[in-house]
Ligand binder design. Structure first.
Ligand SMILES: [Zn+2]
Length: 402
Protein backbone atom coordinates (compact mmCIF):
# COMPACT_ATOMS: atom_id res chain seq x y z
CA UNK A 1 0.00 0.00 0.00
CA UNK A 2 1.44 3.37 -1.08
CA UNK A 3 1.77 6.00 1.65
CA UNK A 4 2.05 9.55 0.33
CA UNK A 5 4.13 10.59 3.37
CA UNK A 6 6.89 8.10 2.58
CA UNK A 7 6.75 8.56 -1.21
CA UNK A 8 6.40 12.34 -0.88
CA UNK A 9 9.63 12.42 1.09
CA UNK A 10 11.49 10.07 -1.30
CA UNK A 11 10.43 12.08 -4.34
CA UNK A 12 11.20 15.47 -2.76
CA UNK A 13 7.57 16.67 -2.91
CA UNK A 14 7.27 18.07 0.62
CA UNK A 15 9.04 18.24 3.94
CA UNK A 16 7.77 18.29 7.52
CA UNK A 17 9.98 19.72 10.21
CA UNK A 18 9.06 19.73 13.92
CA UNK A 19 10.66 23.15 14.16
CA UNK A 20 8.11 24.67 11.73
CA UNK A 21 5.23 22.83 13.41
CA UNK A 22 2.92 19.86 12.95
CA UNK A 23 0.47 20.14 10.05
CA UNK A 24 2.54 22.89 8.43
CA UNK A 25 4.38 21.09 5.61
CA UNK A 26 6.86 22.84 3.35
CA UNK A 27 6.61 22.27 -0.41
CA UNK A 28 10.04 21.39 -1.83
CA UNK A 29 11.13 22.45 -5.36
CA UNK A 30 9.82 19.31 -7.12
CA UNK A 31 6.50 19.42 -5.25
CA UNK A 32 6.18 23.13 -5.93
CA UNK A 33 6.87 22.58 -9.67
CA UNK A 34 4.11 19.96 -9.92
CA UNK A 35 1.70 22.09 -7.87
CA UNK A 36 2.45 25.13 -9.99
CA UNK A 37 1.57 23.19 -13.17
CA UNK A 38 -1.70 22.00 -11.59
CA UNK A 39 -2.61 25.50 -10.33
CA UNK A 40 -1.96 27.00 -13.79
CA UNK A 41 -4.18 24.36 -15.36
CA UNK A 42 -7.00 24.97 -12.86
CA UNK A 43 -6.88 28.75 -13.33
CA UNK A 44 -6.93 28.32 -17.10
CA UNK A 45 -9.89 25.91 -16.91
CA UNK A 46 -11.75 28.40 -14.69
CA UNK A 47 -10.85 31.40 -16.87
CA UNK A 48 -12.30 29.65 -19.93
CA UNK A 49 -15.47 28.93 -17.93
CA UNK A 50 -16.01 32.60 -17.11
CA UNK A 51 -14.37 32.80 -13.67
CA UNK A 52 -12.47 35.87 -12.47
CA UNK A 53 -9.52 35.46 -10.11
CA UNK A 54 -8.68 37.59 -7.09
CA UNK A 55 -6.07 37.65 -4.32
CA UNK A 56 -7.22 38.21 -0.74
CA UNK A 57 -5.30 38.10 2.56
CA UNK A 58 -5.33 34.96 4.72
CA UNK A 59 -6.42 36.92 7.81
CA UNK A 60 -8.90 39.65 8.63
CA UNK A 61 -10.57 41.57 11.44
CA UNK A 62 -12.70 39.80 14.01
CA UNK A 63 -15.81 41.72 12.85
CA UNK A 64 -15.59 40.11 9.41
CA UNK A 65 -15.90 36.60 10.85
CA UNK A 66 -18.57 37.64 13.31
CA UNK A 67 -20.60 38.94 10.37
CA UNK A 68 -19.98 35.81 8.29
CA UNK A 69 -21.17 33.55 11.14
CA UNK A 70 -17.88 31.65 11.37
CA UNK A 71 -17.21 32.81 14.95
CA UNK A 72 -20.67 31.73 15.98
CA UNK A 73 -20.72 28.31 14.30
CA UNK A 74 -17.20 27.28 13.37
CA UNK A 75 -15.10 28.64 16.24
CA UNK A 76 -13.93 25.18 17.41
CA UNK A 77 -12.01 24.76 14.14
CA UNK A 78 -10.38 28.20 14.26
CA UNK A 79 -7.14 29.48 15.78
CA UNK A 80 -7.47 31.95 18.65
CA UNK A 81 -7.46 35.61 17.53
CA UNK A 82 -4.26 37.69 17.35
CA UNK A 83 -4.45 40.85 19.42
CA UNK A 84 -3.32 44.06 17.64
CA UNK A 85 -3.87 47.09 19.88
CA UNK A 86 -7.65 47.48 20.14
CA UNK A 87 -8.22 45.21 17.20
CA UNK A 88 -8.26 41.45 16.85
CA UNK A 89 -7.11 39.69 13.71
CA UNK A 90 -8.23 36.19 12.77
CA UNK A 91 -6.57 33.58 10.57
CA UNK A 92 -9.44 32.89 8.22
CA UNK A 93 -11.12 29.47 8.23
CA UNK A 94 -12.66 30.06 4.76
CA UNK A 95 -12.41 32.44 1.81
CA UNK A 96 -16.11 33.30 1.50
CA UNK A 97 -16.06 36.37 3.79
CA UNK A 98 -13.43 38.09 1.63
CA UNK A 99 -15.17 37.08 -1.60
CA UNK A 100 -18.44 38.55 -0.29
CA UNK A 101 -16.50 41.81 0.14
CA UNK A 102 -15.36 41.54 -3.50
CA UNK A 103 -19.02 41.30 -4.52
CA UNK A 104 -19.91 44.27 -2.33
CA UNK A 105 -16.97 46.38 -3.59
CA UNK A 106 -19.23 47.93 -6.21
CA UNK A 107 -22.85 48.10 -7.31
CA UNK A 108 -24.05 44.93 -9.09
CA UNK A 109 -26.74 44.38 -11.66
CA UNK A 110 -28.34 41.27 -13.17
CA UNK A 111 -25.87 41.65 -16.07
CA UNK A 112 -22.97 40.80 -13.71
CA UNK A 113 -24.50 37.43 -12.75
CA UNK A 114 -23.39 34.73 -12.39
CA UNK A 115 -20.36 36.52 -10.88
CA UNK A 116 -17.68 33.87 -10.28
CA UNK A 117 -14.94 35.01 -7.88
CA UNK A 118 -12.13 32.45 -7.74
CA UNK A 119 -8.86 32.12 -5.85
CA UNK A 120 -6.41 29.43 -4.81
CA UNK A 121 -6.06 30.96 -1.38
CA UNK A 122 -4.72 30.33 2.09
CA UNK A 123 -6.88 29.45 5.09
CA UNK A 124 -6.34 27.81 8.47
CA UNK A 125 -7.84 25.08 10.64
CA UNK A 126 -6.86 24.40 14.24
CA UNK A 127 -6.76 20.61 13.71
CA UNK A 128 -5.76 18.69 16.83
CA UNK A 129 -2.16 17.47 16.67
CA UNK A 130 -3.27 13.81 16.95
CA UNK A 131 -5.00 13.82 13.54
CA UNK A 132 -2.23 15.57 11.59
CA UNK A 133 -0.17 13.66 9.07
CA UNK A 134 1.58 14.44 5.80
CA UNK A 135 -0.62 16.43 3.45
CA UNK A 136 -3.99 14.81 4.29
CA UNK A 137 -4.77 16.84 7.41
CA UNK A 138 -2.94 20.16 7.74
CA UNK A 139 -3.38 23.43 9.62
CA UNK A 140 -2.44 25.73 6.72
CA UNK A 141 -4.57 24.99 3.65
CA UNK A 142 -4.42 26.29 0.07
CA UNK A 143 -7.93 25.89 -1.28
CA UNK A 144 -9.01 25.92 -4.92
CA UNK A 145 -12.10 27.95 -4.15
CA UNK A 146 -14.75 30.01 -5.89
CA UNK A 147 -17.88 31.86 -4.88
CA UNK A 148 -20.43 32.08 -7.67
CA UNK A 149 -23.11 34.70 -7.02
CA UNK A 150 -26.24 33.85 -9.01
CA UNK A 151 -29.85 34.84 -9.48
CA UNK A 152 -32.06 32.13 -7.97
CA UNK A 153 -33.13 30.87 -11.41
CA UNK A 154 -29.46 30.45 -12.46
CA UNK A 155 -28.47 28.21 -9.56
CA UNK A 156 -29.45 24.86 -11.11
CA UNK A 157 -27.45 25.45 -14.32
CA UNK A 158 -24.52 26.81 -12.30
CA UNK A 159 -24.32 23.72 -10.10
CA UNK A 160 -24.58 21.45 -13.17
CA UNK A 161 -21.73 23.44 -14.78
CA UNK A 162 -19.58 22.99 -11.68
CA UNK A 163 -20.17 19.22 -11.78
CA UNK A 164 -19.08 19.16 -15.46
CA UNK A 165 -15.93 21.23 -14.78
CA UNK A 166 -15.07 18.97 -11.85
CA UNK A 167 -15.28 15.86 -14.06
CA UNK A 168 -13.04 17.52 -16.63
CA UNK A 169 -10.42 18.47 -14.00
CA UNK A 170 -10.55 14.99 -12.45
CA UNK A 171 -9.98 13.32 -15.84
CA UNK A 172 -6.93 15.52 -16.57
CA UNK A 173 -5.41 14.84 -13.14
CA UNK A 174 -6.10 11.11 -13.16
CA UNK A 175 -8.53 11.34 -10.22
CA UNK A 176 -10.83 8.29 -10.02
CA UNK A 177 -14.48 9.26 -9.58
CA UNK A 178 -16.70 7.36 -7.11
CA UNK A 179 -20.11 9.04 -7.44
CA UNK A 180 -21.83 11.86 -5.59
CA UNK A 181 -23.06 12.42 -2.06
CA UNK A 182 -25.79 14.83 -1.10
CA UNK A 183 -24.92 16.18 2.36
CA UNK A 184 -27.91 17.38 4.38
CA UNK A 185 -28.66 18.81 7.82
CA UNK A 186 -28.68 16.34 10.68
CA UNK A 187 -29.85 16.29 14.29
CA UNK A 188 -27.70 18.09 16.85
CA UNK A 189 -25.69 20.20 14.38
CA UNK A 190 -25.22 23.97 14.54
CA UNK A 191 -26.81 25.56 11.47
CA UNK A 192 -27.83 29.01 10.26
CA UNK A 193 -30.71 29.97 7.96
CA UNK A 194 -34.44 29.24 7.90
CA UNK A 195 -36.11 25.93 6.99
CA UNK A 196 -37.49 27.29 3.73
CA UNK A 197 -33.97 28.20 2.46
CA UNK A 198 -32.64 24.78 3.41
CA UNK A 199 -35.56 23.08 1.63
CA UNK A 200 -35.02 25.16 -1.52
CA UNK A 201 -31.26 24.55 -1.53
CA UNK A 202 -31.79 20.84 -1.15
CA UNK A 203 -34.30 20.79 -4.00
CA UNK A 204 -31.91 22.68 -6.34
CA UNK A 205 -29.10 20.22 -5.58
CA UNK A 206 -31.40 17.23 -6.17
CA UNK A 207 -32.32 18.68 -9.57
CA UNK A 208 -28.65 19.16 -10.50
CA UNK A 209 -28.02 15.51 -9.51
CA UNK A 210 -30.95 14.06 -11.43
CA UNK A 211 -29.76 11.21 -13.63
CA UNK A 212 -26.49 10.89 -11.66
CA UNK A 213 -25.82 8.21 -9.03
CA UNK A 214 -25.76 9.66 -5.52
CA UNK A 215 -26.34 8.79 -1.91
CA UNK A 216 -27.54 10.95 0.97
CA UNK A 217 -25.46 11.89 4.02
CA UNK A 218 -27.57 13.50 6.76
CA UNK A 219 -25.50 15.57 9.20
CA UNK A 220 -22.69 16.30 6.71
CA UNK A 221 -23.98 19.66 5.41
CA UNK A 222 -21.98 22.88 5.89
CA UNK A 223 -23.35 25.04 8.72
CA UNK A 224 -24.85 27.44 6.16
CA UNK A 225 -26.36 25.06 3.60
CA UNK A 226 -26.62 21.67 1.89
CA UNK A 227 -23.86 20.49 -0.43
CA UNK A 228 -22.85 17.93 -3.01
CA UNK A 229 -19.62 16.08 -2.25
CA UNK A 230 -17.94 14.64 -5.33
CA UNK A 231 -16.48 11.37 -4.13
CA UNK A 232 -13.23 9.90 -5.36
CA UNK A 233 -11.66 6.47 -4.88
CA UNK A 234 -8.08 6.18 -3.67
CA UNK A 235 -5.45 3.58 -4.59
CA UNK A 236 -6.80 1.19 -1.92
CA UNK A 237 -10.40 1.61 -3.15
CA UNK A 238 -11.48 3.80 -0.22
CA UNK A 239 -13.80 6.74 -0.84
CA UNK A 240 -13.02 10.31 0.13
CA UNK A 241 -14.04 13.84 -0.83
CA UNK A 242 -11.93 16.34 -2.73
CA UNK A 243 -14.54 18.52 -4.43
CA UNK A 244 -17.74 20.09 -3.19
CA UNK A 245 -20.50 22.43 -4.33
CA UNK A 246 -22.69 24.13 -1.73
CA UNK A 247 -25.69 26.41 -1.80
CA UNK A 248 -25.86 29.32 0.63
CA UNK A 249 -28.76 31.72 1.17
CA UNK A 250 -27.37 32.93 4.45
CA UNK A 251 -24.17 34.87 3.62
CA UNK A 252 -25.77 37.13 0.99
CA UNK A 253 -28.26 38.04 3.75
CA UNK A 254 -25.58 38.67 6.38
CA UNK A 255 -23.45 40.78 4.03
CA UNK A 256 -26.61 42.49 2.68
CA UNK A 257 -25.61 41.69 -0.91
CA UNK A 258 -27.94 42.71 -3.70
CA UNK A 259 -28.17 43.43 -7.41
CA UNK A 260 -30.40 45.62 -9.57
CA UNK A 261 -32.77 43.40 -11.54
CA UNK A 262 -34.17 44.08 -15.04
CA UNK A 263 -37.17 45.92 -13.58
CA UNK A 264 -34.87 48.10 -11.43
CA UNK A 265 -35.81 46.32 -8.18
CA UNK A 266 -33.15 45.12 -5.71
CA UNK A 267 -32.77 41.35 -5.41
CA UNK A 268 -30.61 39.17 -3.21
CA UNK A 269 -28.16 36.81 -5.03
CA UNK A 270 -27.71 33.16 -4.03
CA UNK A 271 -24.15 32.11 -3.21
CA UNK A 272 -22.75 28.88 -4.66
CA UNK A 273 -19.49 27.86 -2.93
CA UNK A 274 -17.51 25.36 -4.97
CA UNK A 275 -14.13 23.68 -5.16
CA UNK A 276 -13.20 21.67 -8.26
CA UNK A 277 -10.24 19.82 -6.75
CA UNK A 278 -10.23 20.80 -3.07
CA UNK A 279 -7.08 21.92 -1.31
CA UNK A 280 -3.68 21.56 -2.94
CA UNK A 281 -2.54 19.57 0.10
CA UNK A 282 -5.31 16.97 0.02
CA UNK A 283 -5.19 16.82 -3.77
CA UNK A 284 -1.47 16.01 -3.81
CA UNK A 285 -1.76 13.49 -0.96
CA UNK A 286 -4.31 11.77 -3.20
CA UNK A 287 -2.37 12.17 -6.48
CA UNK A 288 0.91 10.86 -5.01
CA UNK A 289 -0.88 7.71 -3.86
CA UNK A 290 -3.14 7.09 -6.84
CA UNK A 291 -0.26 7.53 -9.33
CA UNK A 292 2.29 5.92 -7.00
CA UNK A 293 4.42 9.03 -7.61
CA UNK A 294 4.38 8.60 -11.41
CA UNK A 295 2.46 11.79 -12.27
CA UNK A 296 1.10 12.33 -15.78
CA UNK A 297 3.67 14.03 -18.03
CA UNK A 298 2.03 17.48 -17.92
CA UNK A 299 2.53 17.99 -14.18
CA UNK A 300 5.54 15.76 -13.50
CA UNK A 301 8.10 17.85 -11.53
CA UNK A 302 10.90 16.88 -13.93
CA UNK A 303 9.45 15.86 -17.27
CA UNK A 304 12.60 14.87 -19.13
CA UNK A 305 16.01 13.90 -17.81
CA UNK A 306 18.69 14.48 -20.44
CA UNK A 307 21.47 11.88 -20.39
CA UNK A 308 24.61 12.39 -22.51
CA UNK A 309 26.32 9.01 -22.98
CA UNK A 310 29.83 10.50 -22.65
CA UNK A 311 31.47 13.84 -21.90
CA UNK A 312 31.67 14.54 -25.67
CA UNK A 313 27.89 14.71 -25.86
CA UNK A 314 27.49 17.11 -22.92
CA UNK A 315 27.26 20.24 -25.15
CA UNK A 316 24.54 18.60 -27.30
CA UNK A 317 22.69 17.53 -24.14
CA UNK A 318 22.85 21.04 -22.69
CA UNK A 319 21.68 22.57 -25.97
CA UNK A 320 18.70 20.18 -26.04
CA UNK A 321 17.89 21.00 -22.41
CA UNK A 322 17.96 24.75 -23.15
CA UNK A 323 15.57 24.32 -26.11
CA UNK A 324 13.26 22.22 -23.92
CA UNK A 325 13.25 24.88 -21.16
CA UNK A 326 12.52 27.53 -23.82
CA UNK A 327 9.57 25.38 -24.94
CA UNK A 328 8.18 25.53 -21.37
CA UNK A 329 9.30 22.06 -20.24
CA UNK A 330 10.94 21.04 -16.96
CA UNK A 331 14.18 19.19 -17.64
CA UNK A 332 17.38 18.22 -15.87
CA UNK A 333 20.74 17.17 -17.34
CA UNK A 334 22.33 14.22 -15.54
CA UNK A 335 25.88 13.37 -16.64
CA UNK A 336 27.46 11.53 -13.69
CA UNK A 337 27.68 7.74 -13.53
CA UNK A 338 27.06 4.90 -15.98
CA UNK A 339 24.25 5.30 -18.49
CA UNK A 340 22.46 2.19 -17.19
CA UNK A 341 22.52 3.49 -13.60
CA UNK A 342 21.27 6.92 -14.69
CA UNK A 343 18.38 5.42 -16.70
CA UNK A 344 17.38 3.22 -13.73
CA UNK A 345 17.65 6.12 -11.31
CA UNK A 346 15.55 8.39 -13.52
CA UNK A 347 12.80 5.73 -13.78
CA UNK A 348 12.96 5.15 -10.01
CA UNK A 349 12.32 8.84 -9.45
CA UNK A 350 9.34 8.47 -11.85
CA UNK A 351 10.69 10.96 -14.42
CA UNK A 352 8.49 10.30 -17.49
CA UNK A 353 11.34 10.27 -20.05
CA UNK A 354 15.09 9.91 -20.21
CA UNK A 355 16.45 11.55 -23.38
CA UNK A 356 19.66 9.73 -24.27
CA UNK A 357 22.18 11.51 -26.48
CA UNK A 358 25.12 9.46 -27.82
CA UNK A 359 27.60 10.20 -30.61
CA UNK A 360 25.13 9.32 -33.39
CA UNK A 361 22.28 11.40 -31.86
CA UNK A 362 24.59 14.37 -31.26
CA UNK A 363 25.87 14.26 -34.86
CA UNK A 364 22.39 13.92 -36.42
CA UNK A 365 20.43 16.26 -34.07
CA UNK A 366 18.42 13.39 -32.56
CA UNK A 367 17.33 12.20 -29.10
CA UNK A 368 16.61 8.60 -28.09
CA UNK A 369 13.73 8.56 -25.59
CA UNK A 370 13.20 5.94 -22.91
CA UNK A 371 9.96 6.10 -20.98
CA UNK A 372 9.85 5.38 -17.24
CA UNK A 373 7.89 2.17 -17.95
CA UNK A 374 11.01 0.77 -19.63
CA UNK A 375 10.18 1.27 -23.32
CA UNK A 376 12.81 2.53 -25.79
CA UNK A 377 11.33 4.74 -28.52
CA UNK A 378 12.88 5.22 -31.99
CA UNK A 379 15.29 8.19 -32.06
CA UNK A 380 13.50 11.44 -32.97
CA UNK A 381 14.77 14.73 -34.40
CA UNK A 382 15.06 17.24 -31.53
CA UNK A 383 12.35 19.52 -32.96
CA UNK A 384 9.91 16.60 -33.34
CA UNK A 385 10.53 15.43 -29.76
CA UNK A 386 9.93 18.94 -28.41
CA UNK A 387 6.74 19.31 -30.44
CA UNK A 388 5.38 15.98 -29.17
CA UNK A 389 6.21 16.98 -25.59
CA UNK A 390 4.52 20.37 -25.80
CA UNK A 391 1.47 18.78 -27.47
CA UNK A 392 1.25 16.26 -24.61
CA UNK A 393 1.30 19.14 -22.10
CA UNK A 394 -1.32 21.15 -24.00
CA UNK A 395 -3.68 18.16 -24.27
CA UNK A 396 -2.99 17.05 -20.66
CA UNK A 397 -2.73 13.55 -22.02
CA UNK A 398 -2.52 10.91 -19.27
CA UNK A 399 -0.62 8.45 -21.54
CA UNK A 400 3.09 8.47 -22.34
CA UNK A 401 4.29 8.69 -25.96
CA UNK A 402 4.58 5.45 -27.93
ZN1 LIG B 1 -16.99 29.43 0.71
Amino acid sequence: MVDHRKLGRELGIFHSDPLSGAGLPIWLPDGAAARHAVEEYIRELERRAGYQHVYSPPLGRRDLFELSGHLGHFVDDMFPPLRMGDDELILRPALCPHHCLVYAARGRSYRDLPLRIAEIGGMYRSERSGVLGGLTRVRAISLNDSHNFCALEQVGAEVADVLRLTSEAHAALGVRPAGYRLSLRGPGGSYVGDDESWRRGEQLLREALSGLPYEEAPGDAAFYGPKIDIQVRDAAGRESTLSTVQIDFDKPERFDLSYADRDGGRRRPVLVHRSLVGSMERLFAYLIEVHEGAFPFWFAPVQVEVLPIGADQLPAAEAFARSAVEAGLRVRVESDGSLGARIRDSAKRKVPYAAVIGAREAADGLVALRSRDGRALDPLPVAVALRRFTEAVASRSPALLS
